[in-house]
Design a protein around this ligand. Sequence first.
Ligand code: THU
Length: 133
Amino acid sequence: MNYFNQLQTLLDASCAPYSGFNVASIVVLKDGRSFKGVNVESAAYSPTNCAERNAIQTAVTEGAKIGDLQEVHILARNAAKELVQAYPCGPCRQVIAEQALNDTVIYCYASEDKVDKHTIAELLPFGFLGAEL
Ligand code: THU
């Protein structure tokens, strides 16, 4: 199954009772392994976790190291159940950038045939990546 079809199925696992906005993400590591994540919302709002960060956290739990993240695939569906193209939020860009290399590619799907591809360096130029610490 291609990533778009897997993401479409994964959208049903999203827990978004407050926004109705479902997000699914699949991250792919350099070694070819892939990990899934969905957004999980909270009634207190701020504990909400994004799909991309949930996928990355699972990948790290399963052994991914800094620099292993090769691809991030994202699909979203609005409260009207229409597929919509979504880009990672600011905090997700930060976390992707810290686990990635500059050439890591983010795939944002509008449909099976229409996908925008950007490197993390394009989505987060001049990032704070911790070298200064
Ligand atoms: N969301 C994500 O899962 N990823 C993003 O990059 C943007 C936003 C989720 C958080 C919240 O559950 C819903 O989308 C609406 O903001």
